[in-house]
Design a protein. Structure first.
Length: 245
């Protein structure tokens, strides 16, 4: 457990309180719901404020849950049961996703219940958390910009195929044995590159987020706007781009 006095996400000082926005809470960067085994406060966990934790958890729950269900060969009864309970409670977001289901040759496909803007925010949360774990300092929004790329299950499938063709082994088996890769029960992985300025977050062989920390320049501000627009178009119109593959 990393002891920090300021929220890793927003930078505000946190305090011991259960009922206020600046109350201190323990954060698993990769949410508990994304993995099948229970974790306690562990190495790499840190403190954030309740307000940021609540905002991130809005995406955490469905993102982690769907990554488990969509994992190749998954038979995760717990995750399926949780999703079924959400349907029974008439969760509008989940119902909309279920109603979008269409059959195709390889099974059933649903429209993911996320917005591009929210995926961008989620990538920023993950980046700030991993940056802090790597550098033990907060990632400042005053002089840095985060760029976020979304990788679909189709992209991961292609990466697996290319890796096996080149190395003759499974990519995720290699990652689980790599001491430089953070593995959460061999289900989710975090890969750090370029001295802690680029990160890959892999959720259950299903979803991939690639993030990059760049300087706050005019060109990069423009690139950030392009990035967010591409993610929005990717999730609303299924448009492919360098930021939504």
């Amino acid at each position: 457990m990393i002891k920090n006095k300021n929220c890793v996400y927003c930078g505000k000082e946190v305090r011991k309180s259960n009922n206020s926005d600046d109350g201190r809470s323990v954060e698993h960067l990769i949410p508990q719901i994304a993995v099948s085994k229970t974790r306690t406060n562990a190495q790499g966990d840190f403190h954030v404020c309740r307000k940021c934790n609540t905002e991130k958890s809005k995406i955490d729950e469905l993102f982690g849950l769907l990554s488990r269900i969509n994992a190749p060969g998954s038979s995760d009864g717990e995750a399926i049961s949780k999703l079924a309970r959400m349907v029974n409670k008439k969760n509008k977001t989940v119902l909309s996703m279920v109603n979008s289901a269409t059959k195709h040759a390889n099974g059933v496909e649903v429209k993911l219940p996320f917005k591009g803007g929210n995926i961008y925010k989620y990538g920023v949360f993950l980046t700030k958390g991993e940056y802090f774990k790597k550098h033990r300092s907060l990632l400042s929004a005053d002089n840095k910009i985060v760029l976020v790329t979304w990788g679909s299950p189709h992209l991961i499938k292609n990466l697996l195929s290319k890796y096996r063709a080149k190395h003759g082994t499974n990519l995720f088996e290699g990652l689980s044995q790599n001491a430089h890769v953070e593995s959460i029960f061999d289900e989710c992985f975090i890969i750090e590159r370029n001295n802690g300025t680029e990160f890959l977050f892999i959720f259950n062989q299903s979803y991939l987020l690639i993030t990059k920390v760049v300087d706050d320049t005019e060109n990069n501000k423009i690139e950030k706007r392009i990035n967010i627009r591409a993610l929005i178009a990717g999730f609303s119109k299924n448009e492919k781009s360098k930021y939504c593959a």
